[in-house]
Design a protein around this ligand. Sequence first.
Ligand code: ZN
Length: 134
Amino acid sequence: MKKNYNVINLGNLNADLANRSRIELGDKIGLTGCEVSVNYIAPGQYIPFLHSHELNEEVYIILKGNGIFIVDGEKFPVQEGSVVRVAPSGHRSIGSEREELVYLCIQAQSDSLTQATWNDGIRQGGEQSDWRLG
Ligand code: ZN
């Protein structure tokens, strides 16, 4: 029977990511409805181009550091805790400032979501004591 989950470990989100700069999780964990990437930008660096998408909206979630985001010529600061949603046609880029920047980018087809969270979740059985490891 096929497992209903996949697990990986990305290692240290600063040191290990610094050597790779971007890890796309879709193939690694079998995503089918969205793509998630974990991204690292060294201090003072930036993505040297703008891009948009045909179908996908993106959500950028800043996990560490601070930087500058640009969408359609509008620049604004982002830092740990910032969450930015960009529509497919938005021309976007991101760069770090004084600190390295670590962020997640989640992309999914715009207008494809028909339900979420409480409207999609189905409560199942199981006792909390069953959840402990070992
Ligand atoms: Zn993109």
